[in-house]
Design a protein around this ligand. Structure first.
Ligand code: MG
Length: 132
C-alpha cells in the first residue's frame, strides 16, 4: 500500500532533502505533501488523507511540539503516525516527545533509517505501548 506523507519543516532545503531520502528508501510512496510550519501542517492533514507525518521541532508560527499536541487533541488526527526529525540534542526533550507516542530521528538521516522506522510503525501500529 502506497503511503501518503506530509513533510513539515520550515526549511525548504530540508523538506527537499527529506523527500529525496524517502524516495531513495524503497518505501512505496503515494502523495508527498509539504508544509512550512505546524499550522500549515494541521491544515494539510485536514485537507488530504495522510498516512504519516514527518515533523520538525523548531519552526515559526507553530512548532512541532505544538503541532503534535494539537493533533493528539483532534479525534480525526490523533491516530496519524508521527516521526519527529530534528537536530535536537536534548535527551529530555526527545524523551518528552517519545512519551507522546512519536518516533524520533536525528537529521540528517539515511534512507535505511527512515525505511526501518516507517516499516516498524506500520507493522506495530503507532501509539502502541512500548513503541519507543
Ligand atoms: Mg526547523
Amino acid at each position: 500500500m502506497a503511503i501518503n506523507v506530509l513533510i513539515v519543516d520550515d526549511s525548504k532545503v530540508m523538506r527537499a532533502m527529506i523527500k529525496k531520502t524517502m524516495e531513495m528508501s524503497g518505501l512505496l510512496l503515494g502523495e508527498i505533501r509539504q508544509a512550512a510550519n505546524g499550522k500549515e501542517g494541521i491544515e494539510a492533514l485536514k485537507e488530504d488523507w495522510i498516512d504519516l507525518a514527518i515533523v520538525d521541532i523548531n519552526m515559526p508560527v507553530m512548532n512541532g511540539e505544538e503541532m503534535i499536541d494539537s493533533m493528539r487533541e483532534d479525534p480525526d488526527l490523533k491516530d496519524i503516525p508521527i516521526i519527529v526529525v530534528s537536530t535536537e540534542g536534548s535527551k529530555t526533550r526527545i524523551e518528552n516527545l517519545e512519551q507522546k507516542g512519536v518516533r524520533f530521528i536525528h537529521k540528517p538521516f539515511s534512507p535505511e533509517i527512515i525505511r526501518d522506522t516507517v516499516n516498524d510503525i506500520l507493522r506495530t501500529g503507532e501509539g502502541d505501548e512500548g513503541a519507543a
